[in-house]
Design a protein around this ligand. Structure first.
Ligand SMILES: [Zn+2]
Length: 324
């Protein structure tokens, strides 16, 4: 190889080396830069995505909170509406219950400060009468039983036990069928005679007190109630209504606590308090309420529980013409 061609060969080699080095340097710079740019783009996209997800999550949480709040509000208002409805039903039934109206109390005896409370049981005797008698005995309390003639026929022994233990016995019709008793004065008299006879034959004592089924203020009677009141007055019989209703005649069963509350909470309003209770096979909560009722009344100052007698103050929803 000549000197000239050797030089030419070296020049080309150097040139090639230069190109290789330049290429390598170019790659060393551009690849990391490109990589950095790509990574930054990715990071940016991920950040955006994350921000979007976070926003969505927060929005979702807000919706959940709103829904929870709405639900709570709805629950609260539903509860309120339910309670109001119960109160309205209770008030309506109490109003219609046996046509009761709170009677004005005859409390003009200034000379004595004793409050008298009369526990009265209508519709018996029943399967619970003996339990009632046991409780009354335990507390040393006498009550008044307004008995239904047909029930007396079915339970003569229980009826006698009521009389023997010193409780008062009154009449509460023979059949307790409003449509029959109140159809006419004749029907009323027939029913009255029957219940009076049944009680007299069973206990040996003729009753002198009467409680009208539904009370004297009932609105179902087809006969003028004043006429029936006059009839009883002529018979020497006093009728008694009530000024405190236990509420135990409502269509749905009240708890014992509620019955006891209804009785005790109103006693303080009256000088002579006549409490309406029922003695039938469906009134177990009344029996269970009785100890609390008696204890509640016995705790009151200057208050005594008595049976209705001829000396008792009358509590009537209406006055017969003769009394007026
Ligand atoms: Zn009744």
């Amino acid at each position: 190889m000549s000197e000239k061609s050797h030089m030419e060969y070296r020049r080309r080699r150097v040139k090639r080396l230069k190109r290789i080095i330049l290429g390598a340097v170019f790659l060393l710079i551009t690849v990391p830069v490109a990589l950095c740019i790509w990574l930054m783009c990715e990071l940016n996209a991920t950040e955006n995505e994350l921000a979007e997800i976070t926003a969505q999550y927060e929005a979702q949480m807000q919706i959940t909170d709103d829904l929870q709040e709405q639900l709570d509000e709805e629950k609260a208002s539903a509860k309120e509406a339910y309670d109001e409805l119960l109160a309205r039903i209770s008030a309506a039934e109490e109003e219609s219950d046996e046509g009761a109206e709170t009677a004005e109390v005859n409390a003009d005896k200034e000379e004595d400060n004793i409050r008298r409370v009369y526990l009265t049981f209508d519709d018996g005797p029943s399967i619970y009468t003996e339990q009632i008698l046991d409780i009354l005995d335990e507390y040393g309390v006498k009550a008044t039983f307004f008995l239904t003639g047909s029930q007396v026929e079915n339970n003569p022994d229980i009826c006698r036990r009521i009389a023997e233990e010193g409780h008062s016995i009154g009449m509460h019709s023979y059949s307790h069928v409003y449509s029959d008793i109140y159809k006419s004065k004749d029907n009323f008299i027939k029913d009255y005679t029957r219940v009076k006879d049944v009680i007299t034959e069973t206990t040996g004592v003729t009753p002198t007190i009467y409680r009208f089924p539904g009370g004297s203020s009932n609105t179902v009677s087809k006969t003028d109630m004043d006429e029936l009141c006059e009839f009883l007055a002529d018979e020497g019989v006093t009728y008694y209504d009530w000024n405190i209703s236990s509420g135990d005649a409502m269509k749905y069963t009240l708890t014992s606590d509620k019955i006891a509350y209804n009785c005790i909470s109103s006693v303080g309003k009256f000088k002579d308090a006549v409490i309406l209770l029922h003695d039938t096979g469906t009134k177990l909560t009344t029996v269970r309420a009785l100890p609390a009722i008696i204890e509640g009344i016995q705790k009151m100052e200057d208050t005594e529980i008595l049976p209705i007698t001829e000396d008792s103050e009358v509590v009537q929803h209406r006055k017969s013409k003769e009394i007026e």
